[in-house]
Write a protein that binds this ligand. Structure first.
Ligand code: UDP
Length: 324
């Protein structure tokens, strides 16, 4: 059992990770500005509302709560927005991270799990993607994560600051019985938008059907958010046991097209999905699938909820409990 600080614990992946940490009997403190997070996703008593750029306050909090490791989710995540106002992505994602790392160093806390992204690879030369694929982000969001990864590489080298960087593929699904699920505002992700189309009877737009894939729609690696949360538990426990810094892809290793996701939703819900085909979305690579062998081999993690129907079914249970 350890004292663990979760930044962005009022967000989607952060709230699930907080839940699984507590199941493992770790003591969790959540830091979230609530600018985009949801208070109702955090249990009473463990939330400290502050911005990561408040370095002094963070440093005091780390010391007072005797924090041993940090899992750092807090960041902006909308690719489209990052192309319209890139500066806020660098101020918030890179600036916030740097402030957090400085606070950690001054409090003597040197273990961190970091939310990185498949967007670090841009349009990869080969799929499934392995971790040795070079950094090649094609949008400011991806670049903000790459910049933070690079800071962590230098801190490892010169400050004995140990980190695990997890490059997420498409987090999806929910943990409905724990009251947890996806609540982005505005929502940009495929599965919640498809479910919303059913619930509101307004069509979802499928972004392009002329990609060089078998059915013409983009292929992504959908990983259940609870499997992803568990990857963080393995990562933080590895660091707490004195493990070395590393970087891992967090995906399932199999891809599904946008049309396959629509089919899965129709199968699971028994309802027709109203949809239209629209133009391609700027910056969408045709296929992004993880090779996650390294994470499985090195940390012993395994996705146990990878079945697409299971993912959709959990997302549906959560979506039907939320007002639209
Ligand atoms: N997508 C879509 N319509 C939408 C939202 C997403 O067709 O309203 C497609 C998108 O082009 C991509 C896939 O669904 O191929 C997954 O997109 P999402 O935004 O969920 O995640 P990303 O892959 O961008 O991280």
């Amino acid at each position: 059992m350890a004292n663990i600080l979760v930044t962005g614990g009022a967000g989607y992946i952060g709230s699930h990770t907080r839940y699984f940490l507590e199941q493992r009997r770790h003591r969790v403190i959540v830091v979230d500005s609530l600018e985009r997070g949801h208070r109702e996703l955090v249990p009473d008593g463990i939330l400290r509302q502050l911005d990561l750029r408040e370095t002094e306050k963070l440093s005091r909090l780390l010391a007072e709560e005797q924090i041993e490791a940090v899992i750092h989710f807090a960041a902006y995540i909308a690719v489209g927005e990052s192309t319209q106002v890139p500066e806020i992505y660098f101020v918030n994602n890179v600036g916030g991270s740097l402030s957090l790392f400085s606070a950690m160093l001054s409090a003597g806390v040197k273990r961190l799990v970091f939310s990185s992204t498949a967007a670090a690879y841009g349009i990869p030369a080969k799929v499934p993607i392995t971790e040795d694929e070079p950094y090649a982000p094609i949008n400011p969001y991806g670049e903000s994560k790459v910049m933070t990864e690079k800071i962590l590489e230098w801190l490892d080298r010169y400050r004995e600051f140990r980190s695990i960087r997890l490059r997420y593929f498409n987090a999806s699904g929910a943990e409905p019985d724990a009251g947890l699920g996806e609540l982005h505002d505005p929502e940009t992700h495929l599965i919640p938008l498809i479910l919303r189309a059913i619930l509101t009877d307004k069509p979802v737009t499928l972004f392009g059907d002329d990609y060089p894939t078998p059915d013409g729609t983009c292929i992504r690696d959908y990983i259940h958010v609870s499997d992803l949360a568990e990857a963080h538990i393995f990562a933080v426990e590895h660091l707490l046991e004195g493990g070395a810094s590393d970087v891992f892809n967090a995906g399932t290793g199999s891809g599904h097209s946008v049309k396959e996701v629509v089919d899965a939703v129709e199968r699971v819900t028994g309802k027709r999905v109203p949809r239209t085909i629209g133009p391609r979305r700027e910056g969408d690579p045709p296929a992004l699938v993880a090779n996650s062998d390294k994470l499985q081999r090195s940390l012993g993690w395994k996705p146990t909820r990878a079945d697409l129907d299971r993912i959709v079914s959990d997302a549906w249970k959560f979506a039907t409990r939320v007002k639209h």
